[in-house]
Design a protein around this ligand. Structure first.
Ligand code: PRX
Length: 582
């Protein structure tokens, strides 16, 4: 029997209080994610249970118990407090998936700070935009990545502390501090910050179609949603060994790679080394992984490498598979059933903003390959008519995916951008404040995606409603890429769009016009690609650059990405009457 049991029954009797029961949390108790995920598990007598089984490049590996998790997160909490970091301060975590990432995440929450994890492959410009945007006070990084911080530090007056948690302390520059939590004295007791449900916890930056990325702010109360979905969708139990392949630089890696599983006291595995099918299957085999949460791009890459590779490993420990981040194609669902002993990937749909799964396939419920499944109990979901924004009743008709506000893990604001937050809600009054919007059950929060609902209530993803590029399950904002492209000495104008890709679903393609004196060449193309890779990230790097004499524009001079994108996807280019003839 699965944790959820009957989906229909759960819907009928739903209350978010069930999350409190699962967490064994009593009214009036401290509500702090850092405490709930480590100290509380120890208080329940599970201190000696493995919390983190970690493997890195080469043969590096280590295992940490919940007692270790408690002590090392305390270590970070104490250290940050001693450094003058105060509750509410944003503390960035900028490192690979090393153990200190996980310890520091909980440590920041324990001292009342706001954890701001950023993907370690980000280049200096991506980093700067997000640190400046959040007014980040401290950054925790490693010897491998600190160079990028050095490049931008002068331009970030609010960034008071640069703390290096791994590497060679002799290589530090002036003004940088070294702190290796495993070498420092073990801190078994720390007085956890008395946070409440609405105390800010995590700030994740996410890309939109216009403007620079926005910081989606979450609160400690999010754990209600993360714990319950981890139990009912991922079906995690006490004896499971769980693997979430996501990096905590993205929301999946924090909601389901830290908070959800540890709130339930589950043992989880982390693999900090590049992707190869052999390495992944061996990791599952060696650690006897039972529950696996991954992404369509990875599944497609495994599929491409063939069934023979799968067959050479003992993967019999697996019992439940789930996926998130991009459309999971039916072939991948069917293939997984064939090669993993009848186990099919269960697609889940959600976003940085939603903080937890919103539409999913549940254990025991029939999977329709290609469908994202049904709304989580307690979540009111609909698709809204593209023009009128009224819920669509007719099965199969495409509209905008929308949710009634008020679920526990919902983002509470875009950091310092109340107008953009407001714009995500249909029916919001012009002067509505974020705290009113997030609980007004007369409004709809609109996700920015299109889908249809079939006669059985299953949701079918259609595509995004904007120009954001989803490459390998990671969102990249075209504006951020275009802004970086025009900083290149040769480029006059630029447009970035997603183009179809067999494995990554989409990759970035750039259309550029050159400044006088520059000629298109392969060398220049390579130079532009590297320029973006270094400044932004490998994800944002265009895989193709097309030189144009001019870019399509509206009469008011705005570049029309929609037109270029339609050409890439072989779609109807639509109404061109607003384009300039220039
Ligand atoms: O476009 C949808 C796509 O990823 C977006 C959210 O990205 P992000 O905020 O980075 O969070 C990623 C992981 C939670 C969505 O707006 N997306 C996510 N899950 C799916 C999906 N598209 C299709 N099917 C999914 N299951």
């Amino acid at each position: 029997m699965s944790n959820i049991g009957s989906y229909e029954k759960r819907i009928r009797n739903f209350s978010w209080d069930t999350a409190g029961e699962i967490l064994n949390w009593k009214e009036g108790e401290l509500l702090n994610i850092g405490d709930i995920c480590s100290d509380r598990i120890c208080r329940m007598g599970k201190g000696e249970k493995p919390a983190l089984i970690w493997e890195g490049f080469g043969d590096r590996s280590s295992t940490y118990t919940f007692n270790d998790l408690k002590a090392y997160s305390n270590g970070f909490a104490r250290f940050l407090t001693e450094q003058g970091i105060e509750p509410g301060d944003r503390v960035c975590i900028f490192m690979d998936k090393i153990p200190s990432l996980y310890f520091s995440f909980l440590g920041i929450l324990k001292m009342g700070g706001i954890a701001q994890p950023l993907f370690s492959a980000f280049g200096d410009e991506s980093l700067e935009v997000r640190l400046a945007g959040a007014g980040t006070k401290a950054i925790l990084t490693t010897g491998k990545h600190v160079r990028k911080v050095r490049k931008i530090r002068d331009r970030l007056p609010q960034l008071k502390k640069v703390i290096v948690v791994e590497g060679n302390p002799d290589k530090l520059k002036e003004g940088e501090i070294f702190f290796d939590v495993e070498e420092a004295p073990r801190i078994d007791e720390f007085e956890v910050y008395r946070s409440g449900p609405e105390t800010p916890s995590v700030l994740h930056f996410t890309s939109g179609t216009t403007g620079q990325p926005k910081g989606a702010l979450h609160v400690h109360n999010s754990i209600w949603g993360q714990a319950l979905t981890t139990s009912w969708v991922l079906d995690l139990r006490d004896d499971d060994v769980y693997w979430c392949t996501a990096d905590p630089g993205w929301v999946t890696g924090t909601s389901y790679g830290i908070i959800g599983p540890w709130s339930l006291g589950a043992t989880q595995c982390v693999l900090d080394s590049g992707f190869t099918s052999n390495r992944w299957y061996k990791f599952i085999q060696d650690n006897r992984i039972t529950v696996w949460y991954s992404a369509p791009t990875a599944i497609r890459a495994l599929m491409k490498d063939g069934d023979e590779v799968v067959g050479s490993y003992d993967l019999s420990s697996l019992r439940h598979l789930a996926s998130v981040g991009e459309p999971l194609n039916p072939e991948a669902v069917i293939w997984s059933g064939e090669v993993f002993g009848g186990l099919r990937f269960h697609d889940t749909f959600w976003q940085t903003e939603t903080g937890a799964m919103m539409i999913s396939n549940y254990p025991g419920m029939e999977i329709k390959p290609g469908s994202m499944g049904k709304p989580f109990p307690g979540i009111e979901a609909a698709v809204l008519d593209l023009a009128t924004h009224e819920p669509i009743e007719e099965p199969g008709k495409v509209g905008l995916i929308a949710f009634r506000p008020g679920w526990p893990s919902m983002f509470r604001q875009y950091w310092k951008k109340p107008d953009i937050y407001r714009s995500k809600f249909v029916g919001a009054a012009e002067d509505a404040m974020p705290e009113d919007l997030r609980q007004d059950r007369n409004l709809w929060y609109v996700s920015g995606d299109r889908a249809s609902i079939d006669a059985d209530g299953y949701f079918w993803f259609v595509g995004r409603d904007d120009d954001v590029i989803n490459t390998g399950g990671h969102l990249v904002g075209p504006f951020e890429i275009e802004s970086a492209l025009v900083e290149h000495e040769a480029i006059a104008e630029a447009a970035a769009v997603g183009k179809p890709d067999e494995v990554n679903m989409e990759v970035v393609k750039a259309f550029v016009t050159l400044k006088p004196g520059y000629e298109p060449s392969d060398e220049l193309e390579l130079d532009i690609m590297n320029f973006i890779r270094k400044r932004l990230s490998p994800l944002a790097m265009p895989q193709e650059i097309e030189y144009r004499d001019k870019l399509p524009k509206t009469r008011s001079g705005k570049i029309v990405r929609r037109y270029l994108k339609a050409i890439e996807w072989g779609e109807d280019v639509g109404d061109l009457s607003t384009l300039s003839d220039e």
